[in-house]
Design a protein around this ligand. Structure first.
Ligand code: FAD
Length: 276
């Protein structure tokens, strides 16, 4: 990359600071300013504003349609956050609840024609945003039963100074961390475990904690573990799906009112909506 180019290498944010063990650890390490006990924690929140334009058009939606688009986004957010409370007996996934909520909203508002299209497109936009937050392919992959167990941490989203890598480096101080060791097999038994790496290194241990991603385990579990993992574990492993989340960063050197033009420019090349 040309020098000076900003690149996101991965996790950058603390998502909530209350009862967040990672944030607690960062405070303890002196890596961040402690905001946990401030009265107005949410003053740190980013103020989002949504302005919608139709794909390929430079003008923002008209006042009434703009309002409808913003309402669709708000109703999706409310439904996604409260989906476990009003769920009906036959509903199994978050997708089931969202579809019903959408239909109810359309009926309540009596939406038709252009209004229905704007509402549906904005709903879709919000669905895509949720997918990037949660990393799922479809809300039908998200069990309603387990959504009940999901709790967002309170407090603002704050950037990790220097990224999580900086935090990892702080925590690793004084520890024997070996990078560049690709584990190819883990033999284990009552005697403990033997870890072998592609560079020939071997390590013996009482226990081994494997924290590779689900994707790595799905692809390599058969060759990685000796003896193989029990069937129930493999079945559980393949019950987890990971979606694709794309992020697009755009730096605007324009006035806010010129944003619509940029949105239209993007929409014409595959994006559907834009936010600033
Ligand atoms: C673009 C992006 C942005 C994100 N932003 C945020 C954010 O802002 N805030 C947030 O909280 N979360 C964020 N996340 C999620 C967060 O990064 C993950 O939840 C977190 O990194 C998971 O940590 P982990 O240790 O479980 O797995 P990983 O970080 O995936 O670590 C697994 C490690 O195992 C290693 N490995 C794999 N196979 C082998 C092998 N055979 N031998 C040796 N090592 C192996 C890999 O190289 C890797 O280093 C983001 C994720 C992405 C992709």
């Amino acid at each position: 990359m040309p020098s000076g180019t900003a690149v996101e290498l991965g996790a950058t944010w603390f998502h909530g600071v209350k009862d967040n063990p990672v944030y607690d650890m960062a405070v303890w390490q002196g890596a961040v300013k402690d905001v946990r006990y401030e009265n107005d924690l949410h003053k740190h929140d980013i103020d989002w504003q949504l302005h919608f334009a139709r794909p390929g058009q430079s003008d923002l939606l008209s006042g009434a349609m703009q309002k409808l688009a913003v309402e669709a986004v708000a109703r999706y957010t409310e439904a996604a956050e409260e989906c476990t409370q009003g769920a009906q007996a036959q509903e199994r996934t978050v997708g089931d609840v969202l579809r019903r909520t959408f239909d109810e909203a359309v009926q309540e508002e009596g939406l038709q024609g252009e209004a229905l299209k704007v509402f549906a497109d904005s709903w879709q936009f919000r669905e895509k945003l949720q997918r990037t937050f949660d990393g799922f392919f479809s809300t039908d992959d998200v069990s309603l039963a387990f959504a009940r167990e999901y709790e967002s941490l309170d407090g603002p989203n704050l950037p990790v100074p220097g990224g999580y890598q900086a935090l990892a480096q702080l925590l690793a101080q004084g520890m024997d961390v070996r990078t560049g060791h690709c584990v190819t097999s883990i033999q284990y038994g009552a005697w403990g475990a033997l870890v072998s790496c592609s560079n020939g290194a071997q390590f013996q241990a009482e226990v081994v904690l494997v924290t590779t991603s689900v994707g790595v385990l799905q692809a390599q579990h058969a060759t990685l573990f000796n003896p193989p993992l029990p069937d129930w574990k493999v079945e559980a492993l393949f019950g987890v799906h990971i979606g694709v989340a794309d992020k697009l960063f755009i730096e605007f050197e324009i006035e806010p009112e010129q944003c619509a033009e940029a949105a239209a420019w993007l929409s014409g090349r595959g994006g559907s909506q834009s936010q600033r």
